[in-house]
Design a protein around this ligand. Sequence first.
Ligand SMILES: NC(=O)c1ccc[n+]([C@@H]2O[C@H](COP(=O)([O-])OP(=O)(O)OC[C@H]3O[C@@H](n4cnc5c(N)ncnc54)[C@H](O)[C@@H]3O)[C@@H](O)[C@H]2O)c1
Length: 98
Amino acid sequence: MTDRLKGRTNAITGAAQGIGRAIAEACAREGAALYLLDLDGAGVTQTATDLTAAHPDGRFASPEEIANAAVFMVSDECPFMTATCLTIDGGLSVRQHG
Ligand SMILES: NC(=O)c1ccc[n+]([C@@H]2O[C@H](COP(=O)([O-])OP(=O)(O)OC[C@H]3O[C@@H](n4cnc5c(N)ncnc54)[C@H](O)[C@@H]3O)[C@@H](O)[C@H]2O)c1
């Protein structure tokens, strides 16, 4: 794994199988966030499930898990936290660099 595509979001059509799935796997290894599309709903769900299983937490974050951290960062709860990057990735970057 590398982070060459970290911070990027890729939309991949035909991700249920073949070339599209291979591209999805490659982009995931490079750290991209993915939108997976296919006419084959079950197949593309399987691709997403397989890629998610490779994540340390075995799941995607919920929108609330990301939003709660963003709300905290802009709140007055920790005014000394400044010029800081907060990584909310369920441990993925630790696995990549550890
Ligand atoms: N496999 C090769 O060696 C090769 C070589 C040159 C070109 N191509 C072309 O590349 C493309 C992909 O090849 P492949 O071997 O991965 O094919 P594939 O049939 O294994 O997979 C194509 C996937 O695209 C999905 N799909 C089809 N139409 C779609 C649409 N309108 N929107 C979303 N998803 C859609 C299908 O459901 C399928 O999951 C094809 O157009 C193929 O002709 C393939």
